[in-house]
Design a protein around this ligand. Structure first.
Ligand code: PAF
Length: 279
């Protein structure tokens, strides 16, 4: 497995692989890998000849007061995990190479970036779509793999690649959960033991929403109010949003239907966690 840190070297390596007829699988991450990332890499390994993992804590997607400085960085451990699932190349660029002096170009997706995480994290998706566009231009993948946990991110990236005619197939894979239901996230390491326990309310309240819908409740307001009540019963929780949306447009719905997805963002202490599910 090679570790490439230069944008130019990565681009040359990808161009050579493509010229040799190799199919490139790509998993973009910010590192601190967990089983969810590994499931993306395993799928990428199966579907491509060359498997590239990027590790880059992207400054442009963090807002003021967010956890850019504290975001866990663990390149040594990540390299071992990457090697264990057959990654061929880790691309770990520096911020100075990705955003050199004078950098001035950003990618903005309208509409679906405006509610949910887009409303509470202004500029976040602009940073994501900018860095993902750059990574696509550098790595030139045939396939790119993303987790469903960042549901809105995946929808935004699909919109961007379709709108900009980027020749890459976007593959979304299911949320990977701990045995007790907590969705895997690099940010889970911030949680104390008590907070880790409280965080279970996210998946439990989603399960309750699904139970209500299965029992015939279709009014979104009623379901959201039950979910809100459950989450608020935990001492350290603060709800950012609980919404039921159409899975493609991400517009809020009044009635649950086959296209509905429930999405949550909840602070547990200072840690902001997200989760979601179809009904
Ligand atoms: O989901 C992430 O880890 C990041 O948002 C991504 C897609 C790697 C862009 O920095």
């Amino acid at each position: 497995m090679d570790i490439i840190t230069s944008v130019k070297d990565m681009q040359q390596r990808s161009s050579a692989a493509r010229a040799a007829g190799q199919r490139l699988s790509f998993v973009p991450t910010m590192g601190s890998l967990h089983q969810g990332h590994l499931s993306l890499l395993e799928e990428g390994r199966k579907r491509g000849d060359l498997l590239v993992l990027s590790i880059f804590v992207n400054p442009t997607q963090f807002g003021q007061g967010e956890d850019f400085a504290d975001y866990p960085r663990a390149l040594q451990r990540d390299s071992e995990l990457a090697a264990s699932v057959g990654v061929d190349i880790i691309f770990a660029p520096t911020a100075a190479d990705m955003y050199p002096k004078g950098y001035a170009t950003y990618v903005d997706v309208d509409g679906i970036t405006e509610n949910l995480c887009g409303a509470s994290r202004p500029g976040h998706f602009r940073g994501v779509t900018t860095v993902v566009s750059k990574l696509f231009n550098i790595v030139q993948p045939d396939l790119a793999f993303f987790g469903n946990k960042d549901f809105q991110q995946l929808a935004v990236i699909r919109r961007m690649t379709s709108d900009l005619n980027v020749p890459v197939e976007i593959v979304g894979l299911p949320i990977f959960r701990e045995a007790d239901g907590l969705a895997m996230s690099s940010r889970n390491v911030y949680l104390t033991e008590e907070q880790r326990q409280e965080a279970l309310v996210l998946s439990q309240s989603i399960a309750e929403a699904k139970r209500l819908a299965a029992a015939g409740e279709s009014d979104c307001e009623t379901i959201i109010s039950k979910v809100t009540e459950l989450i608020s019963s935990q001492a350290e929780t603060r709800i950012d949003y609980v919404q039921i949306c159409h899975q493609l447009s991400l517009e809020e719905q009044k009635q649950v239907d086959n296209d509905s997805v429930i999405l949550l963002a909840v602070f547990i202490g200072k840690t902001r966690l997200i989760d979601n599910s179809f009904f």
